[in-house]
Design a protein around this ligand. Structure first.
Ligand code: A2R
Ligand code: GDD
Length: 312
């Protein structure tokens, strides 16, 4: 029996390792995975290929040699906060990198399904929530603009060249092993350090007034494998919990899971030039298309993340 081949671009990031596990278990594909650094053996004995998506010739060769039926494009500069400091790098990776993948597939002249991972941040300043996919975009930061651009370019390739690109707008995802540059991981890491006695009992925070929609990464990757099978080319799907929560409330849940006395202090360096007040998706479209819905509660995810940082 010949298995379907799945290419995971950007496999060593936070989502990548979970996605590989999910593809193995639910899609039974042969997996080709890439990272930026060097060729090596990865989880499940998969050989990681070195690939810089900014190098068109390498992207073309890798896809041409393997001709995977499924392409999951995860590679990105994924931090909103870093995008304020490195706008050019963010635009390069998120726009030109994605363009290279689309161009390579177009020029190889075969028709795989491509899952393009965008962001809930693309919607930006929308007051009416929950946000449906057809809502006109008002992105509020550079990262969001690059992802909106990736979405629009993908749509053009679908229309112009009949390509099978399915676009995702992912909202905040969380779980064990996420970098502490992201809010829940950051707060849980600080709590664990305070508990270990390696940090004074002051938890440093940024803007606690924003409302965001948090979903466990294990639910996120289930959505991705469903969408690559049952999503419609040229369409965009929100992937989130469908229920936003204020960052201050998230902080309270985290603090309740610790028996230490902890004070909270605003760190000016953690505030951003702009921070969209609320982002909350409607998830009806993905549910109707695939039957997917979230299974892991926010409280459960937070417990797992705290356990991860207490051990690391
Ligand atoms: O730095 P590495 O070797 O871990 O590779 C990262 C990869 N990456 C690239 N790959 C090829 N060419 C590049 N120029 C390049 N720059 C970065 O993207 C890593 O494997 C991946 C990004 O991982 P994370 O930052 O952890 O993102 P995460 O949370 O897995 O997000 C996946 C997707 C992204 O499109 C986000 O914008 C979206 O979900 O939220
Ligand atoms: N990182 C961080 N650290 N954020 C803080 C802090 C803090 O100490 N305190 C408050 N925040 C607020 C931020 O201002 C923002 O409103 C919210 O917490 C979430 O910030 P992040 O966790 O850094 O994530 P993000 O929303 O900027 O971006 C993430 O979600 C997007 C989808 O909505 C990333 O995963 C993106 O790649 C993803 O597209």
């Amino acid at each position: 029996m010949i298995n379907i081949k799945a290419l995971v671009i950007g496999a060593t990031g936070f989502v990548g390792s979970y996605l590989i596990e999910e593809i193995k278990n639910s899609l039974l594909c042969d997996i080709i995975a890439t990272n930026l650094e060097r060729e090596m053996i990865y989880q499940n004995n998969i050989i990681l290929k070195k690939l810089d998506i900014l190098d068109y010739n390498s992207v073309f060769s890798l896809i041409n040699e393997n001709k995977p039926e499924y392409i999951f494009h995860l590679a990105a500069q994924s931090s909103v906060s870093l995008a304020w400091k490195k706008p050019e790098l963010t635009a390069d990776i998120n726009i030109n990198g994605s363009l290279n993948i689309l161009e390579a597939v177009k020029n190889i002249n075969y028709n795989p399904k491509i899952l393009m991972i965008g962001s809930g941040e693309e919607y930006g300043y929308i007051e009416k929530v929950p946000i449906v996919e057809e809502t006109p975009l008002k992105p509020g930061n550079i990262y969001a603009v690059t992802k909106a651009c990736q979405n629009m370019i993908s749509k053009v390739y679908c229309k112009a060249y009949d390509m099978k690109v399915i676009m995702v707008r992912s909202f905040n995802h969380i779980g064990p092993n996420q970098s502490s540059t992201f809010v829940i991981s950051d707060f849980c890491k600080q709590v664990a350090e305070i508990e270990k006695g390696v940090r004074s009992p002051i938890l440093k925070v940024g803007n606690l007034n924003a409302k965001r929609d948090f979903l466990d990464v294990r639910d996120v990757v289930r959505a991705y494998t469903k969408l690559i099978q049952f999503g419609k080319s040229g369409e965009t799907y929100n992937v989130g919990r469908g229920q936003s929560i204020k960052i201050s409330e998230v902080l309270n849940i985290i603090l309740k899971n610790s028996n230490k006395e902890i004070n909270v202090e605003i760190d000016k360096n953690k505030l951003r030039p702009l921070d969209v007040p609320i982002i909350e998706p409607s998830i009806n479209k993905i549910y109707t298309a695939t039957g997917w819905k979230p299974e892991i509660s926010l409280e459960e995810s937070i417990k797992d993340i705290l356990t991860y940082w207490r051990k690391n």
